[in-house]
Design a binder for this molecule. Sequence first.
Ligand SMILES: Nc1ncnc2c1ncn2[C@@H]1O[C@H](COP(=O)(O)OP(=O)(O)OP(=O)(O)O)[C@@H](O)[C@H]1O
Ligand SMILES: [Mg+2]
Length: 255
Amino acid sequence: MLTAGLDIGSVSTNAVLLANGKLIASVILPSGYNHQETAERAWQMILQQGQASAAQLKTIVATGYGRYNVPFASKQISEISCIAKGARHWFPDVRTVIDVGGQDSKVIKLDSEGYVADFVMNDKCAAGTGRFIEVMAQALQLEVSALEQEDLLAASGAQISSICTVFAESEVISLIGQGVARPKIVKGLHQAVASRVGSLAKRLKLEEPLLVTGGVAKNQGVVVALAAELGLKLLVPEEPQLVGALGAALIAAQE
Ligand SMILES: Nc1ncnc2c1ncn2[C@@H]1O[C@H](COP(=O)(O)OP(=O)(O)OP(=O)(O)O)[C@@H](O)[C@H]1O
Ligand SMILES: [Mg+2]
């Protein structure tokens, strides 16, 4: 049986195709401005990769912020449920998931059966999200993918005290002006994100094993800073951006 899951996020559109629960195709695309068109493109790409035809699929689950922009989806499911499902599939014992995406961060607690027991979310402010990091990377003339290497070059981070993204950006520009080394600024930014995500996470009673998902989990600098902030060991899946889409496809398989 073939099932598909599409996660249309504010930054990335992720799609997976499963054959009897086994991943046979996946794609990660920038969501761009036309979410419907990107969803359609991601869909065609996984069908081609998996050598499948649309007619073979009965259930297609869409999730993420843009989940209602997927006209061919048979069902829409919240990102919380899909992330929980995907996380448990790759890490069967996981009890807490911290997802740091482009425009929000969420912390999900799972019970011993894998059901969502509780969650908290920050979707009001860019601080503690991928967007914050993107703005700062731009100010520092670095690609987001280059940040973790830069972080490794610093022994300690610069102090970034503003919580607001706009003020923090001014602070970064002023640190650049003062001649503070770029790696030190980058480490300071990672610590600032970790502190924001950490305070969100501490609102729940955190239990290990703890998994970090979402695009920001691709940045080991943030993951290391967050582990230090929480004093807990953090696991990261091989493809942290695919967890929601994987969960969506697994839910599709249950339907
Ligand atoms: N290669 C990379 N290295 C480091 N960070 C990355 C990389 N790719 C993406 N990111 C970060 O991940 C963020 C996007 O995360 P993700 O793809 O999970 O967002 P999303 O699911 O679209 O957003 P949301 O769930 O908030 O709607 C970017 O803003 C960026 O900061
Ligand atoms: Mg997301």
